[in-house]
Design a binder for this molecule. Structure first.
Ligand SMILES: CC(C)(COP(=O)(O)OP(=O)(O)OC[C@H]1O[C@@H](n2cnc3c(N)ncnc32)[C@H](O)[C@@H]1O)[C@@H](O)C(=O)NCCC(=O)NCCS
Ligand SMILES: Nc1ncnc2c1ncn2[C@@H]1O[C@H](COP(=O)(O)OP(=O)(O)OP(=O)(O)O)[C@@H](O)[C@H]1O
Length: 196
């Protein structure tokens, strides 16, 4: 069974992932895996230079992430072109990781479940949710971003409207008040009960 830990930037997906990992479950982190795939695949880098922006690849062939962020989070068409280049490779990588883990109880952390097409690969979605102001504050502190940098990322993520939500969505509230652990345990127990 593959479960998505999903939700917009700053909602607390990584915190939930770390708890689930500490409980012994394998978790695939899309952001870091996508970064590795992009860094190691020269055809992806070439496509980024040609189809997104040539200035995002340095003279020595590395991805300039700061520049790429400025380009794609300020231009939705460019972000869609980047997604089209990267996401099929991420889906393939996730499929083989899941296979290697014996398709047991696995998790995938992603901020862009529907844009990436990963919604079609997962059996269940845990939608981590937090108030917008809190998300903005958290990311400003975590990344040293100003408010507009966070809001441009949130706008890019919210702009995509999926045709239909996943059939099995569970909401995890991470508002800094409601404790996370009981919600995660309840989500896991519901699944265990369903399989008995
Ligand atoms: C835009 C990039 C260069 C920013 O890199 P950087 O190291 O600064 O940040 P990082 O990768 O940790 O992402 C920061 C946050 O941006 C958001 N984000 C990342 N990719 C996307 C995207 N394609 N669309 C919307 N939001 C995104 C996520 O909330 C993420 O947590 C990088 O995120 C990237 O290359 N994204 C495209 C690949 C991708 O879609 N990855 C997501 C997994 S499929
Ligand atoms: N319940 C909480 N209490 C205190 N701090 C929290 C809580 N949840 C998240 N944070 C902090 O908020 C920041 C954002 O959380 P986290 O990195 O888990 O978000 P995310 O959804 O994974 O974001 P991204 O989409 O950027 O990967 C982190 O610095 C994290 O430590």
């Amino acid at each position: 069974m593959l479960t998505a830990i999903s939700g917009g930037i700053g909602c607390g997906k990584t915190v939930v992932s770390h708890i689930v990992m500490a409980m012994g479950y394998p978790v695939y982190d899309c952001d870091s895996r996508a970064a590795v795939i992009m860094d190691t695949d020269s055809s992806i880098k070439r496509d980024i230079a040609v189809k997104v922006h040539s200035g995002c690849i340095t003279d020595d062939g590395r991805i300039d992430r700061r520049r790429l962020s400025e380009v794609v989070f300020g231009d939705y068409e460019a972000l869609q072109r980047l997604n089209a280049i990267v996401h099929s490779a991420v889906r393939r990588d996730l499929a083989s990781w899941y296979e290697c883990n014996g398709k047991v109880d696995c998790f995938v952390e992603t901020a862009i479940l529907y844009q990436s097409g990963l919604d079609k690969m997962v059996d269940e979605v845990w939608e981590v949710d937090a108030p917008l102001d809190l998300r903005v504050e958290r990311v400003m502190v975590r990344n040293g971003f100003d408010r507009s940098q966070v809001l441009s990322r949130i706008a890019s993520q919210d702009r995509f409207i999926p045709d239909s939500p996943h059939r099995c969505v569970r909401r995890i509230v991470n508002d800094g008040v409601e404790p996370l652990l009981p919600q995660i345990e309840a989500a896991l127990n519901t699944r265990i009960m369903a399989h008995i």
